[in-house]
Design a protein around this ligand. Structure first.
Ligand code: 3PG
Length: 360
């Protein structure tokens, strides 16, 4: 993989920079979790200070802003510390490059039909007029999209600082000896967590479960789940995983409301904290309860506090996990916070990520 930091001359180079600004926005139009945007600043600053002409491409899925960056530009100025020009369509990129006036952002790249289809013709339009492509969006690397994949066939392509850092940190924790390695998987989308568990269970000492993935495991163990959220085909989902494996730790007690499991219980919290206290590496994705409601946030909050209080190399990721720990002021205390949600999980599951393959 070629790295941005290895480019010796960026002066006047026209660079298309793939970034991740896919953040939650409140009904009032406020960016609710700016972590991913702030993370882009280092690469953007580097390019700008080395004289590159930068146009950023990104996607946004929040419907409260109509899946457009238009209304968010003033907030981006503040978060990135640059005046950001706004380019509405791909056709407006070439004229902008001719009269370049500082870093710019193209509106939601997914508004273009060819983006999700990885259409080479669309990639050609996107690449037109640029000298270089830099992928600084690890979080989208599990998508075979034109601004991630097809474009790399058309321009000399490099990994930005975020992609470089993510690959280094995630590889390091995967490859580290299993002694003292603890994985915590919670959250709502069990189908993205189970492949991680299957890939890493032999490479760690314990997998602590919460959220829907633990509900699925308990359902398969014939526990009465009441009205709790469970996947329909848990048998197929969990196939190949030995549920009797003692390394797979399911909660023993719960906080139940309205016949639904909404958090892990006191005894489980104590057990998880004990395991974390002697861990050397903790990898965590997915809250352990319905953390949005403070009544059901205790498991998530106590586990977060135990991780930052331990001496373990801690790696967390996923939008909800980041929001949960940010809410209690602990985000900065984790050793590495991945910008990836699905991409982080796919990487941990040992899958090949199209965005990374393309850079290779
Ligand atoms: C994310 O939010 O994980 C990335 O921005 C990728 O978004 P996607 O899941 O909509 O492709």
């Amino acid at each position: 993989m070629k790295m941005l930091r290895d480019i010796t001359d960026l002066k006047d180079k026209k660079v298309i920079l793939r970034v991740d600004f896919d953040v939650p926005v409140s009904d009032k139009g406020q960016i609710e979790e700016p972590f991913r945007i702030k993370k882009q600043k280092e690469t953007l600053d580097y390019l700008v200070s080395h004289g590159a002409k930068v146009v950023m491409a990104a996607h946004i899925s929040d419907e409260s802003v109509g899946e457009s960056f238009a209304a968010l530009i003033p907030q981006l100025h503040i978060l990135l510390g640059h005046e950001i020009s706004f380019i509405k369509t791909v056709a407006e990129i070439a004229p902008y490059l001719d009269h370049y006036a500082g870093p710019a952002l193209l509106d939601n790249v997914r508004q273009n039909e060819g983006e999700k289809k990885n259409d080479p013709e669309f990639a050609k339009k996107l690449a037109d007029g640029f000298d270089l492509y830099v992928n600084n969006d690890f979080a989208v690397c599990h998508r075979d999209h034109a601004s991630v994949s097809a474009i790399t066939k058309l321009l000399p392509s490099y990994a930005g600082f975020i992609v470089e850092e993510e690959v280094a940190n995630l590889s390091r924790v995967i490859d580290a000896p299993k002694e003292g390695k603890v994985i915590i998987m919670g959250g709502a989308k069990a189908s993205t967590k189970v492949p991680v568990i299957k890939n890493l269970i032999d490479k760690c000492e314990a997998v602590l479960l919460g959220g829907v993935v633990s509900n699925d495991v308990l359902k398969e163990k014939d526990q009465d789940m009441g009205s709790s959220l469970v996947d329909t085909d848990t048998q197929a989902l969990l196939a190949g995983l030995d549920l009797a494996d003692t390394r797979l730790v399911a909660p023993k007690d719960f906080v139940v409301f309205d016949n639904k499991i909404l958090d892990i219980g006191e005894q489980t919290i104590r057990q998880y904290i004990d395991i974390i206290a002697s861990a050397k590496i903790v990898i965590w994705n997915g809250p352990l309860g319905l953390f949005e409601n403070p009544v059901f946030a205790k498991g998530t909050n106590e586990v977060a506090s135990a991780i930052v209080a331990s001496s373990a190399m801690s790696v967390i990721g996923g939008g909800d996990t980041i929001s949960a720990v940010d809410k209690i002021g602990l985000l900065e205390k984790f050793k590495f916070v991945s910008t990836g949600g699905g991409a982080m999980l796919a990487f941990l599951a040992g899958e090949k990520l199209p965005g990374l393959e393309a850079l290779n």
